[in-house]
Each structure stands twice: as C-alpha cells, then as structure tokens.
Design a protein around this ligand. Structure first.
Ligand code: GAR
Length: 205
C-alpha cells in the first residue's frame, strides 16, 4: 500500500476529509504522517484525535534556504515511509511554495488543491480574486505540483456558481465543501493508478 504524507498550515479541513475517507475505506492508502509548518493549528489536533502521527517543522524564523527547509520535510516524509517510490504527498492548505529539489525528487507524486478553476486566479486569495474579477463561476482544482505556482497538470476540477451578493467568506465555504469531495476522489484515482500524465495533461482512465 502507498504511504500518504499530508502537509498543512492551518485548519486542515481538507486533511480531515481525506483522513475520514481513508478511515471509512473509501480510499486505500496508509495515512503515514501529517506535517505542519505551524504549531498550535487546528489541523494537528484533528490529526492526533484521528490517531495519525504528526510532526511540526516550524517555517517561521527558520534559518536557512527554502531548499534547506524542504530537506527537513523530505527527511521527515522518508522517516515515515513516504518515499519517492512508495509515497504520495498531498498539500492541503500548505501555504508555502516548495523548492524545485522537492518537486524533482517526488516527481508526479505531490498533489495540491487550489480554491479556483486554474489557470484562473492562482496564488493567494483565489476566492477574493474571483469575486473582484466578476467571475460567474469558480470552484477548485486538484493538480500535480510542478516548479511553478499552481501550474501543474490538472487532475480534477469542480465548479461552484457565484451567487448574487457572494462574499469571500461565503464563496470560500461553498468551495471548501467541493474541495473535500474532489480531493478524496483525486487521491482515490491516484491510488488506483488511474491517472496518466501526457505532457501537461492528465488522462483519467
Ligand atoms: C483551502 O481552501 C485550500 O484550497 C487553500 O487553503 C484552504 C485550506 O483549507 N489552499 C490554497 O489557497 C493554496 N494555494 P483547509 O486547511 O481547511 O484544508
């Protein structure tokens, strides 16, 4: 069975949805480790309650380069069996850009969820960007991580209609609900070896 490492920075609701899908046997993967770059976040408490091992690797005041920080993440992932051969790394609200070395080492084994329909509204505050732009629809995207920001091959997307009077807060809530379903579906496809990568596209078998 594959070993899963989940990287978080905060509330961890996507992580929670993934761990619950694993517990209820909708997804067959071993939830090996949850790593947070911040201490005292809700996500860590939830993971511990669900009986999952956790590690904090503080990024604030970290003395060293991005790649030095990521070396710590990689060695922690490897310690728990999340290797480039036998692992899957899910970024779930992990608010850091990861280094090219990390991406290269875990090529096509790191996936991320973004709260917009990429390539629209990459980067921070995607929901706010969508509202400000006047988009009528937004949603979420699960994609492989490459060396760009939110540019990797798209695995799945789900759409949300932006309603009259929508605010960043109400839209985030709507999208988050879709994220929880979509992320688990994408991980399931990965574990079943149903995602083929062809250039910058994925083909779902
Ligand atoms: C989610 O909306 C996720 O898509 C977003 O942060 C939130 C984390 O929520 N990620 C990004 O914006 C990454 N660019 P969660 O901690 O409850 O899963």
């Amino acid at each position: 069975m594959l070993n899963l490492g989940i990287l978080i920075s905060g509330q961890g609701s996507n992580m929670e949805a993934i761990l619950k899908s694993i517990k209820s046997k909708k997804i067959h993967i071993n939830p090996a480790i949850v790593i947070s770059n911040k201490s005292d976040v809700r996500g860590i408490k939830i993971a511990q309650k669900l009986g999952i091992k956790t590690e904090i690797i503080q990024s604030k005041n970290f003395k060293g380069s991005r790649s030095d920080y990521d070396k710590k993440i990689i060695s922690t992932l490897e310690k728990y069996g999340v290797t480039p051969k036998n692992g899957l790394v899910c970024l779930a609200g992990f608010m850091r850009i990861i280094s090219p070395e990390f991406v290269k080492k875990y090529k096509n084994r790191i996936i991320n969820i973004h709260p917009a329909l990429l390539p629209a509204f990459p980067g921070l505050d995607a929901q706010k960007q969508a509202i400000k732009y006047g988009a009528k629809y937004s949603g979420c995207t699960v994609h492989f991580v490459d060396s760009g920001v939110d540019t990797g091959a798209i695995i799945l997307q789900s759409i949300v209609k932006i309603r009259k009077g929508e605010t960043e807060k109400t839209l985030s809530k709507l999208i988050l609900k879709k994220e929880h379903e979509t992320y688990s579906k994408a991980i399931k496809l990965f574990t079943e070896n149903k995602i083929k990568i062809s250039g910058r596209k994925t083909i779902i078998i």
